[in-house]
Design a protein around this ligand. Structure first.
Ligand SMILES: Cc1ncc(COP(=O)(O)O)c(C=O)c1O
Length: 383
């Protein structure tokens, strides 16, 4: 049989680390074993009923059945503009500074195709959301991993990025509230970041997918920082804010040229998000507060319970400052994060994500997603 060789680009993507764990999950389930799955960042909380109601009504509207306009439904972008002003005090021009996305991942991954040439560097956090690495490699970029370490509150040390790499870097990806560490970025760091990017001609791709999943401190937008709009594009998602992962809706906003570049890629790749889904998003953004208060309350309660479970099991380092993830140092007796996650799955029937899956600096940690009910969380056995 003829074999088709994968492109060098695709071959460069790291092997799928979780394949073995996924196989074990399937095998255990096939044996009828019920797993507690804390491995995937897909909220169990239902999306607002209104999302489905508006989608249903709007899907019947003839105009919404057509190709979406590339940059997005104007009334959706107006809703983003209003929401952004109220939430962050930032004003955006809805005609030039906002673009609708088919989920934020779509935009994050397409961005380098607009601004990166083969051989340029992109800077990614490690541990970090795996999409950034894929984005860089698919565009032919070289990857530089910035360690996010507990001793630095999971913020990168920008000064430690080698000079030669700074000069060849085009995009710096960062994400706070952070997946997987749950860390938040203080404004003072965001100011340093904007100065750094301005000095070295870098684009800041600021992934704010979890901006509404917080407990004590309200996360900021990078666009609140003076000078940020010159160099940044910020990404938002309905997947986490409204538990709408399957709808595939998000947006990017910020620098006009970055919006325009991303739009040029998108017009060659996709034809935009279904207008009826954008309509649902518009209505939700206009009525936001009640639902997101509810999500924060539910996740906050789960977090308190699960921190207790970890402490009782003797975990020494537990981070749960925002998002619906808990990032914990693995118990000493395990050699690696993969080792511990295998033990959890096979011996305790709990699925969690080994830190190594988020990059080499994630080794030694494990990520739990708080995507099951409180009583299930309190029954979790970890050792
Ligand atoms: C940090 C981060 N950014 C982006 C995404 C992608 O979200 P979306 O569903 O909007 O594509 C995720 C999804 O898990 C994420 O964790």
């Amino acid at each position: 049989m003829r074999t088709f060789e994968l492109s060098r680009r695709l071959q460069k993507l790291p092997p799928y680390l979780f394949a073995q764990i996924d196989k074990q999950k399937r095998e255990l389930r096939a044996k009828g074993i019920k797993l507690i799955d804390l491995s995937i960042g897909d909220p169990d909380i239902p999306a607002p009923d209104k999302a489905a109601d508006i989608l249903y009504e709007s899907a019947r509207v003839k105009d919404y059945q057509k190709y979406p306009l590339d940059a997005g439904l104007p009334s959706f972008k107006q809703a983003v503009k209003n929401w952004f002003r109220v939430r962050f005090g930032v004003s955006l021009d809805e005609r030039k500074e906002i673009i609708t996305l088919i989920g934020s991942k779509e935009g994050l991954v397409h961005l380098p195709l607009a601004f990166v040439n083969p051989g340029d560097y992109i800077l990614i956090p490690s541990p970090g959301y795996p999409g950034y690495r894929g984005a860089g490699l698919l565009s032919g970029a070289k990857i530089h991993e910035m360690p996010l370490l507990a001793k630095n509150n999971f913020l990168p040390e920008l000064k430690k990025i080698p000079r030669a790499i700074r000069d060849k870097a085009k995009i710096i990806y960062l994400n706070y509230p952070n997946n997987p560490t749950s860390a938040l970025a203080p404004k003072i760091f965001l100011e340093e970041l904007v100065k750094f990017a301005s000095k070295y001609g870098l684009i800041i791709a600021y992934d704010n997918a979890y901006s509404e999943i917080y407990f004590d401190k309200k996360p900021s937008s990078i666009l609140e920082i003076k000078g940020a709009k010159e160099v940044s594009l910020e990404f938002h998602s309905f997947s986490k804010t409204f538990c709408m992962t399957g709808y595939r809706l998000g947006w990017a906003c910020g620098n006009e040229q970055l919006v325009e570049g991303l739009l040029r890629v998108k017009t060659n790749v996709d034809s935009g998000a279904f207008l009826a889904i954008q309509k649902a998003g518009e209505v939700l953004l206009n009525e936001e507060a009640v639902y997101t208060d509810y999500v924060r309350k539910v996740i906050g309660e789960r977090r308190d319970i699960f921190i207790g479970v970890l402490r009782n099991a003797g975990f020494s380092e537990v981070h749960a400052d925002s998002t619906f993830y808990v990032w914990a140092k693995i118990p000493d007796k395990f050699k690696s994060s993969l080792d511990y996650s295998r033990y959890l799955l096979v011996e305790k029937n709990v699925a969690a994500t080994p830190g190594l899956g988020f990059g080499k600096y994630g080794e030694g940690y494990i990520r739990f997603a708080l995507t099951v009910e409180k009583d299930v969380l309190s029954s979790v056995k970890l050792l």
